[in-house]
Design a binder for this molecule. Structure first.
Ligand SMILES: Nc1nc2c(ncn2[C@@H]2O[C@H](COP(=O)(O)OP(=O)(O)OP(=O)(O)O)[C@@H](O)[C@H]2O)c(=O)[nH]1
Ligand SMILES: [Mg+2]
Length: 196
């Protein structure tokens, strides 16, 4: 899929705000703080549109990016970041949950990002259980795979593929080498309807 246009159309900070019209579905990036969600959005769109940071806790709202006037990429705040206040953490949890509860019907695929250097964390397991409970479609993206040596990389890919089995797609990815990018875009194209 060739991305011709990207536009940030809606930023949601609270339950009161209205979501945008559904278009042809939406693709969501979820995961722990600092795992690389906003960077993945920039990599896929080849634009520097989503704000990223070396420090966790950068994205604090639900952001709808309209792609080719056809579908949305949705960038979410991360979870599992201990350094923000309890109040702010609760607000993030609420807007993430509220997002899924409001828009599950329009979600074509969730990309659950996990740091490819580490094994699955407790809060990722909780997110996965929750997605399964809601019967939402998700795929696993292993980020920062460029930071691993060849042997480590194969080991981690094997670990994640064993963990998720045949039913879930596991995509090793790097924003640096662009590995995995075409596979993710292919999935979006296959699920996003009309070829553009
Ligand atoms: N080496 C390497 N660094 C990456 C990769 N993806 C992201 N990063 C770096 O990881 C840091 C965090 O990236 P973000 O995209 O801001 O992470 P996020 O998941 O959106 O974080 P929050 O918005 O805080 O939840 C940045 O310094 C990125 O440059 C990757 O594939 N390889
Ligand atoms: Mg972010």
């Amino acid at each position: 899929m060739k991305i011709k246009s990207v536009e940030l159309v809606k930023t949601i900070y609270s339950k009161k705000e209205r979501y945008p019209e559904p278009l042809n579905g939406e693709f969501v990036f979820v995961g722990r703080s600092n795992v690389g969600k906003s960077t993945l959005l920039n990599t896929l769109t080849e634009r520097n549109i989503a704000k990223t940071s070396k420090k966790p806790g950068k994205t604090a709202s639900v952001n709808f990016y309209k792609i080719n006037d056809l579908l949305y990429f949705v960038d979410l705040p991360g979870y599992g970041f201990a350094k923000v206040s309890e109040k702010e953490r609760l607000r993030w949890k609420q807007i993430i949950e509220f997002y899924f509860e409001s828009r599950f019907w329009n979600i074509k695929m969730i990309f659950l990002l996990v740091d490819g250097r580490h094994e699955l964390q407790k809060n990722d397991e909780m997110m996965i259980d929750w997605l399964k409970e809601m019967d939402l479609p998700f795929s696993i993206v292993l980020t920062k795979i460029d930071k691993l040596k060849m042997s480590e990389k194969s080991k981690m890919i094997r670990y994640y593929r064993n963990l998720f089995g045949e039913n879930y797609i596991v995509i090793p990815y790097s924003a640096v080498t662009k590995e995995g990018v075409s596979e993710i875009l292919k999935l979006v194209e296959d699920l996003g309807g009309a070829k553009v």
